[in-house]
Ligand binder design. Structure first.
Ligand SMILES: *Cc1c(COP(=O)(O)O)cnc(C)c1O
Length: 340
């Protein structure tokens, strides 16, 4: 598969590192866990949206857009990375933010990703939870077009076949790293949300006949819906790269047992995952996505769902900027001590 056929703005820091998590693996006493550092993709602290935006923003430029518009939750990492990309390329950026949590907390509403959206010069607009965000975005785009702007609309999470190309490429990149280092991997685990990450990986793994099972850990939708979203997008993405039919339904697996009370609401197991990664590996997860993904991985290891001699790669999709919008979820008072 020749991805160079698609326009792309090369701004990501690639390849991202692939690292072994010795202390976490030892603490869990199960498989050997590795991490693919897609939290290090660059552009305003990085994360998984950077890979997608390389292809989406190239399409925006090719269409002559002077403005991009996208939508997400208040603490959207996707909005922040889009804002940074737009700044770098000299495009205007407007983000529609949906209040999916109902938090009144000032840091949730103004720090973390929201602060960075504004620092990058993007404008934001707030909407209540459950609002028709795609419809609202179309209306907003029409209003800006009426004012003479050429608007490129990016769906939530950058999850369409163009954005998913970024994760087709990630699968190729990861497979290259594994082959170069003679690392036989038995499973890949990734957080999954708007589905572009998992769908792109499914297509990249299928296209290379890698035969490595991929498990998505859900962060929002129930399992049937999540798997259907991933499958539909994977099929469309396979068509886009000229390989229709390479994705079969059994390549799409999502476990949605770790969502908790809902999207963006921290869970006990997610907070434990943040503590384990931070204290054992010096790594930062975020409460919305990567912590729930890691919580699923940790719980499945503890339950013995994987063989002890397996080697697993966890995709770190980023998001640590969100920690500063969720400081109220953490009790770190016991660390503030006086010695002597
Ligand atoms: C958006 C996001 C995800 C989910 O990726 P999708 O492609 O939307 O499924 C996971 N982790 C982080 C940190 C994200 O920002």
């Amino acid at each position: 598969m020749h991805l160079a056929r698609f326009p792309r703005v090369h701004l990501a820091h690639l390849p991202t590192p692939l690292e072994r998590l010795d202390r976490l693996s030892a603490a869990l006493g199960g498989p050997e866990i590795w991490i693919k550092r897609d939290d290090c993709t660059g552009l305003s602290t990085g994360g998984n949206k950077t890979r997608k935006l390389e292809f989406l923003m190239a399409e925006a430029l090719a269409e002559g857009a002077d403005m991009v518009m996208t939508q997400g939750a208040t603490q959207s990492n996707h909005a922040r990375q889009t804002a940074a990309f737009a700044a770098k390329l000299g495009l205007k950026c407007h983000c529609l933010l949906e209040d999916r949590t109902g938090y009144n907390n000032p840091n949730y509403n103004g720090n973390g990703n929201v602060l960075l959206d504004h620092l990058h010069g993007a404008t934001t607009e707030k909407f209540p939870g459950g609002h028709d965000m795609p419809g609202e975005m179309e209306r907003a785009a029409e209003a800006m077009r009426a004012k003479g702007h050429k608007v490129y609309v990016i769906p939530g999470g950058g999850s369409n076949p163009t954005g998913a190309l970024g994760y087709v490429n990630c699968a190729y990149e990861l497979l290259g790293q594994l082959n170069d280092r003679s690392l036989k991997v038995d499973r890949i685990v990734t957080p999954t949300g708007s589905s572009g990450t998992q769908a792109g990986l499914v297509v990249g793994l299928a296209a290379t006949h890698a035969n490595i099972p991929l498990l998505g850990i859900g962060t929002r939708a129930p399992q049937p819906k999540q798997e259907q979203m991933v499958y539909d997008l994977a099929c469309k993405t396979a068509e886009k790269i000229g390989a229709p039919g390479i994705v079969s339904r059994d390549m799409v697996m999502a476990n949605t047992d770790y969502v908790g009370d809902g999207y963006g609401l921290p869970t006990e197991s997610g907070l434990e995952a943040i503590a384990l990664f931070a204290e054992l590996e010096g790594l930062l997860l975020d409460p919305v996505y990567s912590a729930k993904g890691a919580a699923g991985l940790i719980d499945l290891v503890r339950k013995g769902a994987f063989d002890g001699d397996e080697r697993i790669v966890f995709i770190h999709t980023g998001g640590s900027t969100g920690l500063f919008g969720y400081d109220f979820a953490f009790d770190h008072s016991a660390r503030q001590i006086k010695i002597g």
